[in-house]
Ligand binder design. Sequence first.
Ligand code: UDP
Ligand code: MG
Length: 338
Amino acid sequence: MVALSIVVPCFNEEACLAALHERLSTAARNCVGDDYEIVLVNDGSRDKSWELMRTMAAGDSHVVAVNLSRNHGHQLALTAGLDLCRGETIMIIDADLQDPPELLPDMVQAMRRQEADVVYGVRRSRSGETAFKRATAHGFYRLLSRATEVDIPLDAGDFRLMSRRALDALLAMPEQARFIRGMVAWIGFRQVPFAYDRQERFAGKTKYPLKKMMRFALDALTGFSSAPLKLASHVGLALSVGSILLILYIAYAWAAGRNIQGWTSLMLVVVVIGAVQMFVLALMGEYIGRLYNEAKRRPLYIVQEVVGDPRAEARLGYIADATAKSDNPGGRGKRPTR
Ligand code: UDP
Ligand code: MG
């Protein structure tokens, strides 16, 4: 056990790593002295990130470098780091220094003073991000909060501080499609916001292209709400009412001996109903696809190598175990023993 773990998922972040290491180390030292670890997770980077991490871990006993077998995505890379870390208090931060590490002491203080289990960063402003990203993020968080039953905080990312018991609760959730900020909100305990200004990326480009953003948004929506499924019943109800009115009109027109225009009205009905049905099918498909994915119970990620933590090997028994231990919830295999 260490007092503080800082967990950082990294994907093609070679240009940020040196500055990240330095600023995180300073912040951690200011907070807890020597009793900390920095867990860097390489999420299948194609640049020199892994070489840099390995060198860092060799030169600094506080650094643990974890190499995943391929790019598993931000949320799973983060999960790998969280699984491996040994801290009493855990900080999650991005590698690009958009979230200033210097806020760590203030966040730790907020945690102590308010006896909170989670202190989550809320973005007061976001600089250096495109208007499109800001607008979609703004809209997305509001849509999500309307659609879900869990109170997911608005404009909060994964930048946060967690207590060990909150983290253990999070790690007990086995799902594949992970929307970690929502899962943390689901846990409960005392969670307090911490307002800060999001900086520009230190270097490099965003690793969240539109496609990944969409998948992330869909994971969040489907993971936390069944409201889209209920849409079908609302639309169905509306169409039923419409059809009753239409029948009444047709009966009236028939009795009055009036002929109804054929092609136009027919096409209208066929096209509208066809489109609605396809849309609802697609929605259901979205959920079924996710069910299928969860049903496979694969491990969430595969670790190729860990440098800087000699006990990690033992804690990573899950790779060999995943297939054998089918009674294990989520197929994540042996829970790491700390
Ligand atoms: N990231 C990752 N795997 C991915 C994509 C991103 O580990 O497939 C990491 C990335 O290195 C960064 C964090 O997730 O540390 C957030 O990504 P980014 O800063 O590009 O997202 P943005 O801030 O633009 O939303
Ligand atoms: Mg970023």
